[in-house]
Ligand binder design. Structure first.
Ligand SMILES: Cc1cc2nc3c(=O)[nH]c(=O)nc-3n(C[C@H](O)[C@H](O)[C@H](O)COP(=O)(O)OP(=O)(O)OC[C@H]3O[C@@H](n4cnc5c(N)ncnc54)[C@H](O)[C@@H]3O)c2cc1C
Length: 352
């Protein structure tokens, strides 16, 4: 028989956990401090809305090692099932905006000739599976990423992809059956079977804390600032994410629908949510322009800043006691790892 489950947080983990639980027959109540299902960029909103949506189990081994590759590969399988589910449960099956905007195109990693030495260090971290890091010549690289500057070193990373976070958040929000939404509701704390709200508390069979950086104090998380820039680039035909290996920056370019793309992301040890800095703007744009010179004519549509919830080792954190689950610390890997992390947490608690 289905259980009654209360979730604190309706960001990436919250929506995905709610979907997994309702698909397993449970009843879910979702509480989020945001007043709307699609909060405005000016609000303090889930990190998920700002993110680039890269699904890079190989490239992210640089920051998360073998654990990230294993969970990332599993998540890519699960995302395909979730995408099919969302598409088949939309009211209009022809709706192009349904689903996750999932693109399973291999991604590219490039570096300038002068940076090959430092790039080799990263490549050594990724060479556990050589068949997934394939060196390309300039013709092969240009075929996969039209407009790519000639003379760059380039590698194809197989089994990677990306999705469109805003679309995925909307589709997940729209597709959770048997869920009662409590928006504009701050959760002040959780105890087994109980959510503590302003002036009241609510009881459930289980409660789950997925508040991201909002759980700081109860979970071992800090915020890590990340900044992105969204460009309109008419005629720019990029289908896959491209990552620049650089001695000082980690920069990637990810295509979005409607000839847009996102350039991201800085990684700054600060919980400052103020607008993007001049230095970050210059570094992100120069990095992108240095590998795609045709972006000189692109237009800057938006910039965004948010905080990644990160643990001391920057890896996901799961804590389970009877009646209470906490999942946090998705850091720069929320989209990459969330389905597999949720599968593990709900499986260990015998909820799915
Ligand atoms: C610039 C940037 C780029 C990124 N790019 C990528 C990428 O390319 N690939 C990738 O895999 N990951 C990426 N990420 C990381 C990803 O966005 C995060 O790991 C993910 O969003 C974390 O999910 P979460 O559900 O834990 O937290 P969030 O998505 O932040 O959701 C937390 C939710 O909890 C709610 N909340 C907070 N406090 C309370 C409270 N007290 N009461 C009620 N509700 C509350 C918030 O309103 C929010 O809705 C990026 C992040 C940033 C910032």
């Amino acid at each position: 028989m289905g259980l009654n489950i209360g979730l604190a947080g309706a960001g990436l983990l919250g929506r995905l956990t709610a979907l997994a639980l309702t698909r397993a027959g449970h009843e879910v109540s979702l509480f989020d401090i945001s007043a709307s299902l699609q909060p405005k960029p000016t609000e303090h909103r889930a990190a998920a809305w700002t993110s680039a949506g890269m699904l890079s189990p190989i490239a992210e081994m640089e920051t998360g090692g073998e654990e990230v590759r294993r969970l990332g590969d599993r998540s890519l399988q699960l995302w395909q099932d979730i995408d099919r589910y969302l598409r088949s449960h939309t009211k209009n099956p022809l709706d192009l905006d349904a689903g996750l905007g999932l693109q399973l195109e291999d991604s590219l990693m490039v570096c300038h000739g002068s940076d090959l030495g430092s790039a080799q260090r990263v490549l050594r971290l990724l060479d556990g599976d050589e068949s997934r890091v394939i060196k390309l010549n300039s013709g092969q690289a240009a075929a996969l990423a039209p407009g790519l500057k000639t003379g760059l070193h380039c590698w194809r990373l197989t089994g990677e992809g990306h999705l469109y976070p805003a679309r995925a958040m909307q589709s997940l929000g729209a597709a959770i059956p048997q869920t009662s939404w409590h928006l504009g509701q701050k959760v002040n704390g959780l105890m087994p079977h109980r959510l503590l709200l302003d002036g009241s508390e609510k009881s459930f069979d289980w409660v789950i804390d997925v508040r991201g950086i909002g759980a700081a104090g109860e979970a071992p998380v800090r915020g890590v600032r990340g900044e992105v820039i969204v460009l309109a680039a008419p005629g720019f035909k990029l289908q896959r994410a491209v990552r620049l290996l650089h001695p000082r920056w980690r920069v990637y370019i990810v295509p979005r629908p409607d000839e847009q793309l996102v350039i991201g992301a800085t990684e700054i040890e600060s919980e400052d949510r103020s607008p993007i800095s001049v230095q970050s703007t210059m570094e992100l744009l120069s990095a992108a322009f240095s590998i795609f010179p045709s972006l000189a004519e692109a237009r800057i549509l938006a910039t965004d800043v948010n905080l990644r919830p990160a643990t001391p080792d920057n890896l996901p954190w799961i804590s389970i006691e009877e009646g209470l689950i906490r999942i946090n610390g998705m850091f720069r890997h929320g989209w990459l790892l969330a389905p597999a992390v949720i599968e593990k947490a709900l499986g260990d608690a015998n909820l799915c």
